[in-house]
Design a protein around this ligand. Structure first.
Ligand SMILES: [Zn+2]
Length: 181
């Protein structure tokens, strides 16, 4: 794997990353100084550069979106008990509506994840979900409820989730505008 840079004037320095496993050119915008283009083995450097140039506006927009993230601070929740019970009631409602039972639900205050679903189908919800726009909190909960059936994030998982919530992937992207810490 070799690395080189493409200077996208006024936007970012894009790092080129050769990957033996990659099948197509792909851009990852991870942060203001971390934009990468993943290049498959047979792809030429010139094509990678042209690809990055053609995506200049999109990259610039992703960088703006990254700067516009909102930090969700659990200390701003005035009534924690109320927040907890509302989240649990919502999870129960979605579980019934979509026929996705779980074994137990707990509320946590994790700094790294919105929610999780254990091997025994215990769903942990982050108290910060209470501060999210409701459609995004619903997305997170439904995502975990689908994990009670399918653990891995493969095509079967996304197909099932999108069957229940057709704009799930859009909501997943929207979620990136909110930070936990
Ligand atoms: Zn997941």
């Amino acid at each position: 794997m070799s690395t080189e840079r493409i200077d996208l004037k006024g936007v970012a320095a894009v790092r080129l990353q050769r990957s033996r496993r990659a099948r197509r050119l792909r851009i990852c915008v991870l942060g203001p100084d971390t934009v990468r283009v993943v290049v498959p083995p047979r792809e030429s450097l010139a094509r990678a550069k042209a690809f990055v140039e053609s995506k200049k506006e999109w990259i610039a927009r992703q960088l703006v979106l990254l700067q516009e993230t909102t930090l969700l601070d659990p200390d701003t929740i005035l009534n924690t008990k109320k927040a907890e019970s509302e989240l649990l009631i919502r999870l129960e409602t979605l579980s019934r509506r979509f026929g996705l039972p779980f074994s137990k639900a707990v509320i946590r205050s994790q700094k790294t994840r919105w929610a999780s679903c254990s091997g025994k189908n215990t769903i942990s919800l982050n108290i910060r979900l209470y501060l999210l726009p409701p459609p995004l909190a619903d997305y997170v909960m439904l995502h975990e409820l689908v994990h009670t059936r399918i653990k891995a994030h493969g095509p079967a998982f996304w197909n099932t989730l999108e069957g229940f919530m057709e704009d799930a992937k859009h909501r997943d992207r929207e979620l990136r505008r909110f930070r936990l810490t």
